[in-house]
Design a protein around this ligand. Structure first.
Ligand code: FES
Length: 155
């Protein structure tokens, strides 16, 4: 009796219906005291925002190391956001000012790495701004959707 072998091959083409459904995956790095609380408020208020956002909570936006941003792109996220307390509201006094400086450097490094800086966004969101959080995520997702999937860095 002859043995039959079944081979499964992965196709590289997605069905047309699946391509239409593509949603950008967004990494959102949020400071614990303001932005995460804002995201929590958005959730409690049942505000609609894209479900493809993945949240990482850090103690302060000043803790958002540029490596977290690069790692996000390396892991395949299409866009990365860093959100922190408004100026003057940081629970560690100056963390968000350090973050602002570091973000400017991060944007320059993204360019050097060949990652379009428009795939990265930095903003202030307070604990009472659930609406603002949801709106920022929606806007950023739309922006990334228009840019298309992140294909990685050209070698
Ligand atoms: Fe929110 Fe520092 S605690 S930015």
């Amino acid at each position: 009796m002859a043995e039959e072998t079944i081979t499964l091959e992965k196709t590289t083409e997605e069905p047309a219906s699946k391509q239409k459904q593509w949603q950008p995956s967004i990494l959102a790095i949020l400071c614990n005291w303001c932005s995460y609380a804002g995201a929590d408020l958005a959730g409690s208020a049942r505000l609609q925002y894209p479900e493809t956002v993945r949240i990482v909570r850090v103690p302060c936006s000043g803790r958002a190391d540029p490596m977290f941003v690069f790692k996000g792109f390396q892991k395949g996220f299409d866009g990365v956001m860093v959100l922190g307390c408004h100026p003057g509201d940081c629970h560690y006094a100056k963390g968000n000012y350090y973050a602002r400086r570091r973000i400017a450097l991060t944007q320059e490094l993204l360019k050097l790495l060949g990652i379009p800086p428009e795939r990265f966004h930095f903003e202030w969101v307070s604990a009472s701004e659930g609406n603002r959080f949801a709106e920022l995520v929606r806007e950023f997702t739309d922006k990334i959707k228009a840019l298309g999937p992140f294909e990685g860095v050209d070698k």
